[in-house]
Design a protein around this ligand. Structure first.
Ligand code: SF4
Length: 327
């Protein structure tokens, strides 16, 4: 098969667009879609200047998504004095898994000369995910604990570091799965929260009153398989192994459902996201200015929460950790 743009050998066929692309045109296409997303989301504030640059903290796990995100951001902004990139890896305490991906993070950040920080659950919460998965005192899936700890660790570090934005490597498949899960649960408030937290453009989101560092997902237009192909063709150091505690059964069902739909009806993920984003935006606008209780602070750690104790502190206490470890 030949590239539709230059006639060279094609390395991929995107069924949703009908295009066949060679390596060079494929990589250029991914780069340009990510840069378009960054522009359309107004990720770089007009206030950023060489004298007063924005700091973007990248959640770098060492998996293909965050590695590709870091590579493209570096390619795009390394020579732009209005942006400073810093990478942060969260070490959950999963033997044989995170240590290997940490090596990929170190190799990449050294290659790109990007500052790299590591935060561990052991230091922050006095626990390791291997022990949490073994004990599981609340009889939940390991990911249900781990997701809460990771979100908290990223947010707290971004706040402490003084980052202006927190960027993660969620791809089109990740976002379409989340959209479907929110849709199927009928949770309109969650859709609104998803929009303001990380989905919409900074022109449309209400971030000024948000106590968390604003998030963004510049890869959210790129299908997972294209991210993997880009990492492979660019020879980026990424760690492909699956976490031994991976347990999000419901997300797995939705993922398979979307694979099947996409195979039969190419473009399904893109259309899900364009409709969902618009509905989530309308929901976010409707929920703003409502009579919800104002956010308070967690009695234990001071993090923003609507309850006396935040979910992270509840879970840390349940598994016998120490939420004050990182203080
Ligand atoms: Fe944590 Fe689950 Fe991810 Fe493993 S798969 S790192 S347990 S969230």
């Amino acid at each position: 098969m030949e590239c539709d743009k230059c006639g060279e050998d094609a390395v991929m066929h995107a069924a949703y667009s009908g295009l066949h692309m060679c390596e060079a045109h494929f990589r250029r296409s991914v780069d340009s879609r990510v840069r378009k997303r960054i522009r359309e989301d107004s990720l770089l504030s007009d206030d950023a200047t060489p004298e007063d640059p924005e700091t973007w903290l990248i959640g770098l796990s060492g998996g293909k998504d965050s590695v590709v995100l870091t590579h493209i951001l570096h390619d795009t902004f390394a020579a732009d004095p209005r942006v400073e990139l810093v990478a942060l890896t969260i070490h959950e305490g999963i033997e044989g898994y995170r240590d290997a991906s940490l090596d990929a993070c170190l190799e990449l950040t050294e290659d790109l000369d990007i500052e790299h920080e590591v935060v561990s659950y052991a230091d922050e919460y006095g626990l390791e995910m291997d022990d949490v998965a073994d004990d599981d005192p609340l009889n939940m899936a390991p990911c249900a604990y781990c997701g809460v700890f990771r979100r908290d660790a990223l947010s707290q570090y971004a706040e402490t570091y003084g980052a202006d934005k927190l960027l993660t490597g969620h791809n089109l498949d990740d976002e379409a799965q989340t959209a479907m899960m929110n849709w199927l649960s009928g949770d309109v408030a969650q859709m609104a929260q998803h929009f303001d937290a990380s989905l919409g453009s900074f022109d449309d989101r209400e971030v000024d009153d948000d106590p968390f560092v604003p998030r963004a997902k510049p890869l959210r237009d790129i299908p997972e398989k294209e991210v993997a192909l880009y990492a492979h063709l660019t020879d980026l150091p990424s760690h492909m192994a699956e976490c031994p505690h991976a347990s999000e059964a419901y997300r797995g069902e939705i993922q398979q459902y979307l694979y099947d739909l996409e195979a039969d009806h190419p473009g399904t993920r893109h259309s899900i996201m364009s409709g969902y984003e618009e509905l989530a935006r309308l929901a976010a606008e409707a929920y703003r200015g409502g009579d919800d209780e104002p956010r308070g602070e967690c009695d234990r750690c001071g993090a923003p929460t609507n309850n006396a104790v935040c979910r992270k502190c509840e879970l840390v206490e349940a598994v016998g950790g120490d939420a004050a470890s990182g203080d």
